[in-house]
Design a protein. Structure first.
Length: 144
C-alpha cells in the first residue's frame, strides 16, 4: 500500500476558529479525515502531523525519505520563509504537493513568494478543503 505523509505547519491547529472568513469553518481534523477518506479510495494510507515548530516538520520530511511515496504539505507561514524546509524537501525523492486553503497570490504581497514551490511537484491553492481531494488525485495521477 502506498503511503502519503500529510503535513500541516504553524497555526493550522487553529483552523475552524482562526480567521474563518479566510480559511473556512472546517477544523484541521475535518481536513485530515477528508484526506484519509479520499486517499483510501485510491488505496493510499495517510500519516499526518501538524506542528508549530519548523524542526519538527523538517524531521518528519526526513522520516518520509525512502518510506513515503508522497508528501502533501500545507506549510502555513513557513511557506514564505523556511529555507530549511525547502532544503529538507529538496532531499526527499517522492511526489510533493504544496497545498493552501486560501490563494496566497491574491493576498498580501509577502505571501506571493513560496520557498517550497521550487521543490514541489506542484501546488493547489485557493479551493479550501476541496484542495485536499485534488491533492490526493494529483498524487494518484503522478504515481500511476
Ligand atoms: C496558508 C496560507 C499562508 O500564507 C498562511 O500563512 C497560512 C495558511 C493557507 O492554507 O492558505 O497559515 O498556508
Amino acid at each position: 500500500m502506498s503511503l502519503i505523509l500529510l503535513l500541516h505547519g504553524p497555526n493550522l491547529n487553529l483552523l475552524g476558529q482562526r480567521e474563518p472568513d479566510v480559511y473556512g469553518h472546517d477544523t484541521l481534523e475535518d481536513h485530515v479525515s477528508r484526506t484519509r477518506a479520499i486517499a483510501s479510495e485510491f488505496g493510499f494510507e495517510v500519516e499526518d502531523l501538524q506542528s508549530n515548530h519548523e524542526g519538527e516538520l523538517i524531521e518528519a520530511v526526513h522520516g518520509a525519505r525512502g518510506r513515503c511515496d508522497a508528501i502533501i504539505i500545507n506549510p502555513g507561514a513557513f511557506t514564505h520563509s523556511s529555507w530549511a524546509l525547502h532544503d529538507a524537501l529538496a532531499a526527499y525523492e517522492g511526489v510533493v504537493v504544496e497545498i493552501h486553503l486560501s490563494n496566497p497570490d491574491a493576498r498580501e504581497p509577502w505571501r506571493r513568494t513560496s520557498v517550497v514551490a521550487p521543490v514541489s511537484t506542484g501546488a493547489i491553492s485557493g479551493f479550501g478543503g476541496t484542495g485536499y481531494e485534488l491533492a490526493v488525485r494529483a498524487v494518484a495521477a503522478k504515481l500511476k
